[in-house]
Design a protein around this ligand. Structure first.
Ligand SMILES: *[C@@H]1O[C@H](CO)[C@@H](O)[C@H](O)[C@H]1NC(C)=O
Ligand SMILES: *[C@@H]1O[C@H](CO)[C@@H](O)[C@H](O)[C@H]1NC(C)=O
Ligand SMILES: *[C@@H]1O[C@H](CO)[C@@H](O)[C@H](O)[C@H]1NC(C)=O
Ligand SMILES: CC(=O)N[C@H]1CO[C@H](CO)[C@@H](O)[C@@H]1O
Length: 267
């Protein structure tokens, strides 16, 4: 994904303009809020040494230790609680293949992310990449849905309440990182993120399908539950894109207020 941005500073016509174009990367400057960066290492922040031969394991522990605090919200770095997590909208637009669906789940209330465990991290300071594996044992979602499409030969149309129950969700997050300044402190930010995920089982209930036609509604819900993993598989890329936006925001909100000098030590 390339977001060309051009910033033009013009003095006068005689002086000319300084033009900065960031066309190759999308390393956006940080939008500063009013929260200053951390100045001392809090108990929830496990520091690692760059030269530690087990840096990946150390950094996994950093994530693991932070998670319960992040879930409750960390006021000193301005992160809001995410248990339950509120997501405004997850849009689906899949027009080809066995499953076609368009529409969205909206007003999602997601229970379970606070029980996330960090399976692994891989921090590559040369290639500026960070990979993270996460495991969430149970995710429960309540939301509104508005969907239209086809599941194999079954049509699906409906607007109403949705409930989803996901079991053993494993996510693999790949990010490109960079190290900008935030209020004169070096911090780590993710600029692109790819999220892939797998799950062991899923249960779905879409209320009020086909304007409340119980027979058709039950048929589609039964089909969805019998083929849940295949359906999710078909929608994976789409959902992954949406998840990456959410993950990136949570991670960047937190890390933009955490100077690297506090958790990634030079010696
Ligand atoms: C987290 O896991 C514990 C232990 O399995 C469980 O009791 C609790 O309900 C879970 N929390 C959420 C929000 O799912
Ligand atoms: C910013 O940091 C540099 C070096 O770390 C320091 O010399 C300078 O005084 C700092 N500026 C402000 C405004 O804090
Ligand atoms: C979920 O993961 C746990 C722990 O790894 C495992 O014991 C359990 O069998 C898994 N459940 C399913 C449905 O795969
Ligand atoms: C909230 C959000 O970012 N939704 C996006 C989900 O992904 C689709 C395309 O895959 C986008 O159109 C949505 O904007």
């Amino acid at each position: 994904m390339i977001h060309p941005t051009a910033i033009v500073f013009c003095g006068s016509a005689l002086v000319g303009c300084i033009v900065m174009i960031g066309a190759i990367s999308n390393e956006k400057p940080i939008i500063q809020d009013t929260i200053p960066p951390l100045q001392t290492t809090p108990i929830w922040l496990n520091a690692c040494r760059k030269k530690d031969p087990n840096l990946n394991e150390c950094f996994r522990m950093t994530f693991q230790n932070m998670f319960p605090y992040l879930a409750k919200g960390i006021p000193e770095i301005g992160t809001r609680p995410f248990e339950p997590m509120h997501i405004d909208r997850v849009a689906l637009t899949k027009g080809q293949g066995a499953v076609t669906l368009s529409g969205a789940f909206t007003n999602l209330i997601v229970h379970g992310p606070s029980n996330t465990t960090a399976l692994y991290t891989k921090l590559d300071l040369v290639k500026n990449r960070l990979d993270i594996g996460l495991f969430i044992p149970i995710i429960k979602v309540e939301s509104k849905y508005d969907l239209k499409g086809n599941l194999l030969l079954l049509p699906l149309v409906g607007v109403g309440d949705a409930k989803l129950y996901l079991k053993n969700v494993t996510t693999h997050v790949q990010t490109k990182i960079y190290f900008p300044k935030y209020m004169n402190e070096t911090v780590m930010m993710a600029n692109s993120m790819k999220v892939d995920f797998n799950l062991a089982a899923m249960r779905v209930n879409l209320d009020n399908l086909f304007n409340g036609n119980k027979v058709l509604g039950r048929t589609v819900n039964t089909f969805l539950n019998q083929n849940a993993l295949e359906v999710v598989n078909d929608l994976k890329e789409n959902i992954g894109e949406n998840l990456s936006i959410i993950f990136k925001q949570i991670m960047n909100d937190a890390f933009s207020h955490m100077p690297t000098r506090l958790w990634l030590l030079d010696d």
